[in-house]
Design a protein around this ligand. Sequence first.
Ligand SMILES: C[S@@+](CC[C@H](N)C(=O)[O-])C[C@H]1O[C@@H](n2cnc3c(N)ncnc32)[C@H](O)[C@@H]1O
Length: 326
Amino acid sequence: MSDPRGSNPAPPGAGSTTSAPSGAAPAESWTIQRVLAWAASDFKERGLETPRLEAEILLAHVLGVERLRLILDAHKPLDPAELARFREVIKRRRSGEPVAYVVGEREFYGLVFQVDRRVLIPRQDTEILVDVALEATRHRDLSGRALDLCTGSGCVAIAFARARPTWQVTGADLSPDALEVARGNALRLGVIWGVRFVSGDLYEAVGPEERFELITANPPYIPSGEIPDLDRQIRDFEPRLALDGGQDGLSLLPAIAQGGFARLTPGGTLAVEIGAGQSDAVVALLERTGFVDVRRHKDYGGHERVVSGRKPAPERSPAIDGAASD
Ligand SMILES: C[S@@+](CC[C@H](N)C(=O)[O-])C[C@H]1O[C@@H](n2cnc3c(N)ncnc32)[C@H](O)[C@@H]1O
């Protein structure tokens, strides 16, 4: 649908009102339905992949309602202030800013996380990392210590802490700015007492004597040379520190694996998110480091997304086992 006022591609409300000036023919008012159709068409022309959905998310955000309300109130006109706010968010989206930053939130693992440009937007693909962490700790759901490296918005640490409320969870990140966002999320999602957030370069964020039954990490893993070719909404808006994995994308992996082996308790699990084509290298690295039961896990899209390994537990001596069972 083209702009009903002709070929003017300006967002609704730009220099117009919802009613016709006196003496002029009555103008169609900017109802929810009409505004949505206009925005979806505009986004489509600009090549956005899900134009209608994005238009709905943005309008629901501006009006402070659930998306369903847009259907129920389809014929309700927007007032000038609402139109002005909608125009502002459309402008931001047109500039390439991701919808999640514009509305300030993204759902992950059934929880709503606040996000802004200080953190990577949580991806659905990363939910498998939480699944792997929960599966690896199923046998000891009563207590344990978990470390989530490269925690960003805290999405993995918080989703895990909600499912394992008796565990002590630590989220660590090099970026103090990201940790502020993570703390806010922990507070709003009711796990502020179960999760602490600490800053530092990988394991330097925690004390040298600290040990964990589980370590998760979603490190930056995009090769530096591929960053210029990323979609604009990732490249120009998400933190470079969250994306750039060095020359081969795997620059943090050796330290994550070796530090993990040193800090896991026997039998503990390391689970790391990886990018396309990285699984063979990461499986080999974990095996070389001494991990056993090294596995690849596919995300919901069928891509190898996580590699996990277990630190071997010392073999139990048959004599001691025998004595223990006497
Ligand atoms: C890919 S993002 C992951 C964020 C979040 N865990 C998620 O899954 O959405 C990577 C994160 O690693 C952090 N980071 C980068 N280098 C780091 C380092 N050397 N030590 C600790 N954190 C680092 C970045 O600040 C960023 O928050």
